[in-house]
Design a protein around this ligand. Structure first.
Ligand code: ASP
Ligand code: MG
Length: 424
């Protein structure tokens, strides 16, 4: 017997038929004698609709902030998950399964006060554990908790993945299954490279890089949590027949296991290729080369909540002037330029240049730690295709390369085959 947390995303609960299908997946695990807690998202499109309703409302008279009252935003957008938790509980009951829905505040899932992007601080899993012991399935509304102000708080878009992993950690589950509309994590986006392969396993660190670099399978925060609490997390499809052979396999269900690197025996050098579109490059030319300059540039950008990614600073020739280049999401360019112009005197630079529509392609693999020449083969392969590299950053387990947007797909396919990731 095992304790399993099963999470179902928006497309998996998109209508009543699919909710019934989800109930069959749950029944399979219950019938096998496991203790089960389920976490659900809102029906697909529902959260967008709710957010749209908020934006359709007039703002409070005299409000100076361009934003709506975040507590009321949360009250509204958290309702989508409330609906699916109740519907799934009813579907399970109709199959003779003892099930009960739970909202975040009832457990409680305690969060901080950052309404709209709250972080989970603590979950009391006692009551759910007790009821699972009595054979009851807990159906938990994802994406929500309760803040220190005693009001509903939501975890940011895609947050029900994080709810699921956090609950799995709190109830000490053996496994957290994230059911979605794809059947696992792939070596790269199969829409770009049909030869992409489904990975059997991927290490937490690698998944963290894949998720933050644009592989939108999981909310990044959920992977961080899984890594910290060592929650073995499976990404698998809810669209397969719930009773197909192997679906109930305890150790090797179909899908991709995200796990500790120790569990991965046959480690490849490179695990996957990720890409992020709509990057922009900003260069400050002839910046004074003295202490405090980087702080003067990136401090104000951070205060303006601009997410700076790659940063490249050259070593100056004569110790007086240097160039500073960095990337931001294309949508933040105008704001960044304004912030930098305002800081011009303090920073001391000559001109700002910028370019939008760039793409960052990244090669990821923990095997890189112990292999030389991984970067060199990427550069060689891209050169052979005539792709110009605009900037490079590396970490222990990742090489990121900035290129012109139109070359994105060619670069992804080229790197995928260079590292032997293509399906045979
Ligand atoms: N329903 C929320 C969203 O669409 C949370 C989630 O699905 O993970 O962002
Ligand atoms: Mg999601």
């Amino acid at each position: 017997m095992a304790r399993i947390v099963m999470k179902f995303g928006g497309t998996s609960v998109a209508d009543l038929d699919r909710i019934h299908n989800v109930a069959r997946h749950v029944k399979r695990e219950v019938d096998a004698g496991h203790e089960v807690a389920v976490v659900v998202s809102a029906m697909s499109g529902k959260t967008n609709e709710l957010v749209g309703w908020v934006h359709g409302m007039p703002k409070a008279t005299g409000a100076s902030s361009p934003f709506y009252d975040a507590r009321e935003y949360d009250t509204i957008v958290a309702s989508g998950e409330q609906v699916t938790s109740g519907l799934l509980a009813i579907a399970l009951q109709s199959m003779g399964i003892n099930a009960r829905s739970w909202q975040g505040w009832q457990i409680p899932i305690k969060t901080d006060n950052a309404h709209g992007a709250a972080r989970i601080l603590d979950i009391n899993g006692d009551e759910i554990i007790r009821r699972m012991g009595e054979g009851q399935v807990a159906v938990v509304a994802g994406f929500q908790g309760i803040g220190p102000d005693n009001r509903v708080a939501t975890l940011g878009r895609g947050g029900s993945d994080t709810s699921a992993v956090a609950i799995a950690a709190a109830v000490k589950a053996d496994r957290c299954d994230i059911y979605t509309d794809v059947d696992g994590v792939y070596t790269t986006d199969p829409r770009i490279e049909p030869k992409a392969r489904r990975l059997k396993k991927i290490a937490f660190e690698e998944m963290l890089e894949m998720a933050s670099l644009g592989a939108k399978v999981l909310q990044v925060r959920s992977v961080e949590l899984a890594m910290v609490h060592k929650v073995r997390t499976f990404v698998r499809s809810s669209f397969e027949d719930p009773d197909a052979p192997g679906m109930g396999d305890l150790l090797n269900p179909p899908g991709t296991l995200i796990c500790d690197e120790e569990e991965i025996v046959e480690q490849e050098v490179v695990t996957g290729i990720a890409y992020a579109k709509d990057e922009a490059q900003i260069s400050l030319r002839r910046v004074a080369d003295r202490p405090g300059v980087s702080a003067a540039i990136f401090g104000p950008l951070a205060e303006a909540h601009i997410n700076v990614d790659m940063i490249v600073q050259n070593i100056s020739e004569d110790g007086s002037k240097t160039d500073m280049t960095f990337t931001v999401p294309s949508g933040d360019v105008e704001k960044s330029l304004k912030v930098l112009e305002a800081a011009k005197e303090k920073v001391g630079f000559d001109v700002i240049q910028h370019e939008t529509g760039l793409v960052k392609v990244s090669v990821i693999g923990i095997g890189m730690r112990s292999h030389a020449g991984v970067a060199a083969s990427a550069f060689r392969a891209l050169a052979d295709k005539g792709i110009n590299i605009k900037a490079i950053t590396t970490s222990e387990i990742k090489i990121s390369i900035l290129i012109d947007g139109p070359y994105a797909e060619l670069a992804v396919r080229t790197l995928h085959s260079v590292y032997g990731l293509d399906k045979k």
